[in-house]
Every structure is written in structure tokens, then in C-alpha cells.
Design a protein around this ligand. Structure first.
Ligand SMILES: Cc1ncc(COP(=O)(O)O)c(C=O)c1O
Length: 355
């Protein structure tokens, strides 16, 4: 058993023993022929949970977002997204590289929303000079905005704006179960009027690989073809789906624990002199804190963060891994695999990071 405490991301989770057994015993077939029974079960289960007609297993959240946006947007059209959206910042520009889609980035508020007025005024009029605005994407929870959940009311409002303007709404719900837990709502309510949603099995839900895209049958028909074109047809990927089924059946409860752990960390950090955190604003499993500007760093931390040009920095102190995401701002992410002891150990370590 490793004694590393890895708070860099919830993507680092390892599969439970139950998942490993399910993987070993999964019934398999060729999924490009739609013949893998475990994948078919997982996709049907996911669609039901999301209240959508159909689902599709994809290798990653990045591919889920790309496939969805490629279905919704023709080449040369425009998509509205937040300036802190994962799709805009961290997905290698795939929507423009592979889809020829123009991105219009609007300011993300600290709570992850995009102001509805900004959205309305960004929608292009029908004029030969402009690309057609074909879709909007929102992120829930919002990774770079403190892991904030977006409410069903806000999402419903944006869906209405989209549909009134002949546009589609896609949700990057990599952590949509964290949003549902944070808001104490059924996850269905977070996607009621949306055209598509991607969610990750491999983050808070602790599967080793995989994401799911859900939408209506016609959307999934096109998404399946685009997944194949992108090289995402995975044949006997029931071994992935087997873990995914356990994620959906058993791991949603774990998210409650992850959120409690994030709050415990925030509470502890708020009592450490030299560190600051908005502890009332910890909504899910992602938390950011700062070293006060006039405090020095202890030697070990200073040593690891000498080159101020290269963010994010991976920091390793006392075998605890986390990121400095911008000058003086650090991120911790709780997940399956982080124990009560790990929280205590982390707080002990953080007591030491200022000079
Ligand atoms: C909000 C969000 N969307 C999408 C992704 C992409 O997921 P993947 O790493 O499976 O491609 C991530 C990954 O961290 C994410 O945080």
C-alpha cells in the first residue's frame, strides 16, 4: 500500500476490488458492432439516470465533449463557452483543430456561470459577415471556478436562450454527480432541457477509464459515427464498462465523503496562519487556497517553485502531491482513496509551508 497522498486531481483514483472483479468477469463483445453486452447495459443505465434517450461510452471526457460539439456545430460556426472552461483551456483546441469551430469565450463568473446577458449579446445576427452561433457549452461543476455547481434554474434559463435562438446546449458534466450531491438534487434535474451531457466515470466515480455522453437517439446516432472517426470505437471495452456500472451503482455515495473531506481541509487551512481560504465557498471536492503575499515559503516549497514561469507546478511535500495553479494559489482535490488520516497529514504538512 503506497503512502502517497495524491491531491492533484480526482483523476488519480484507483479502481476498487469490486471493480477489479467486475472487470475480470465482464461479458464482452465487439462494441463497434454494438455487441458488447456490458457496454450496452452501462449506456442504457447512464441514459436512464440522466433522463435521456440514449448513451455512448467514450474513452475520455475530452472525447465526450469533442464528439458532442462536433455533432452540434458545423464547420465555420461558432460556439459560446466560458473563458475558464476546460474545453477552452485544456482540451488541446480540439474543437477548432478537428471541427473548424470558432470559439467565443465569455467571462466565467467566480461561481462558474456565464452572465445570461453576455450570452444573449454574443449570439450573432444572421449576416454574411458573421459565423452562425450554433451552440453553448457550460461546465458543471466548474473546475477552475472553485468546483462550483451550476443550479437547475440557471441551466434551464441558458437552455431556453439557446433553444430560442436555434442553438444547442451541451454540458461538460465531467463532475456532474458532484454538482448533484452539492446541490442535493437528482442529477436528471441538471440536464432536463439540455441537448447533450458528458460525464466522467474516471473522476469522483473512481473508474479507471471512461466517460459517457447522453442525449436523444438522433444525437447518439451521429455521436457514434464521430466517435468512430476519432478512433474511439473500442471493441471489447466491456472491461471498462464493467467498472463504470459499479461507479454508477456504488460510488455516488463516495462523493458525499469527498465533499466532507474538502470542507475539513478548508476548515483546517482557515486556522493556519499565513494561508487564506474562502471556507464558506467550498461547494464540492475542489478547493483553492492562497499563501498570503507577504509570507515567505519554507525552503522545501521555495525550492520546488523557483521557476515562476511554469504554472501549474506539481508540489510534493512529505509525500503529499498537489498543484500550485498560479502565483500563491494552490489546489487540492479530494476523492476516493483519500482517508481521514490523509486529511490530518495534509493539514500537518500545510502548517509548515510558510516561513
Ligand atoms: C471539467 C472537465 N471537463 C473535462 C475533462 C476531461 O476529462 P478527461 O481527462 O477524461 O479527458 C476534465 C478533466 O479533468 C475536466 O476537469
Amino acid at each position: 500500500m503506497s503512502n502517497i497522498v495524491d491531491l492533484r486531481s480526482d483523476t488519480v483514483t484507483l479502481p476498487s476490488n469490486e471493480m477489479r472483479d467486475a472487470i475480470a468477469n465482464a461479458k464482452l463483445g465487439d462494441d463497434v458492432f454494438c455487441e458488447d453486452p456490458t457496454i450496452n447495459d452501462l449506456e442504457a443505465k447512464a441514459a436512464k439516470i440522466m433522463g435521456k434517450e440514449s448513451g455512448l461510452l467514450v474513452p475520455s471526457g475530452t472525447m465526450g465533449n469533442l464528439v458532442s460539439i462536433l455533432v452540434h456545430c458545423q464547420r465555420g460556426t461558432e460556439i459560446i463557452l466560458g473563458d475558464k472552461a476546460h474545453t477552452f483551456i485544456y482540451e488541446s483546441g480540439g474543437i477548432s483543430a478537428f471541427g473548424g469551430i470558432h470559439s467565443r469565450q465569455l467571462h466565467n463568473q467566480p461561481d462558474g456561470t456565464i452572465n445570461a446577458r453576455d450570452i444573449k449579446s454574443a449570439i450573432r445576427m444572421d449576416n454574411v459577415h458573421f459565423p452562425k452561433t450554433s451552440a453553448i457549452t457550460l461546465e458543471n461543476t466548474h473546475n477552475l471556478c472553485n468546483g462550483s455547481p451550476l443550479s437547475p434554474e440557471y441551466i434551464g434559463h441558458v437552455a431556453q436562450i439557446a433553444h430560442n435562438n436555434d442553438m444547442k446546449l451541451h454540458i461538460d458534466g465531467a463532475r456532474i454527480f458532484n454538482a448533484a450531491v452539492a446541490l442535493n438534487v437528482n442529477v436528471k434535474n441538471l440536464v432536463t432541457n439540455v441537448d447533450s451531457v458528458t460525464f466522467c466515470l474516471s473522476k469522483g466515480l473512481a473508474s479507471p477509464v471512461g466517460s459517457i455522453v447522453c442525449g436523444n437517439e438522433e444525437f447518439i446516432y451521429h455521436a457514434r459515427r464521430i466517435r468512430k472517426a476519432l478512433g474511439g470505437g473500442m471493441r471489447q471495452a466491456g472491461i471498462i464498462a464493467a467498472a463504470g456500472i459499479i461507479s454508477l451503482d456504488k460510488m455516488v455515495d463516495q462523493i458525499q465523503e469527498d465533499h466532507k473531506n474538502a470542507k475539513r481541509l478548508a476548515e483546517g487551512i482557515s486556522n493556519i496562519e499565513g494561508l487564506s481560504i474562502d471556507k464558506g465557498n467550498i461547494k464540492s471536492n475542489i478547493l483553492y487556497f492562497n499563501i498570503d503575499k507577504d509570507r515567505g515559503r519554507n525552503e522545501d516549497l521555495a525550492q520546488q517553485t523557483k521557476d515562476l514561469a511554469l504554472y501549474p507546478f506539481e508540489i510534493v511535500l512529505d509525500n503529499i502531491h498537489f498543484f500550485e495553479t498560479r502565483p500563491n494559489t494552490f489546489r487540492l482535490v479530494t476523492h476516493y482513496g483519500i482517508s481521514d488520516d490523509d486529511i490530518e497529514k495534509t493539514l500537518m504538512m500545510l502548517k509548515d509551508i510558510c516561513k
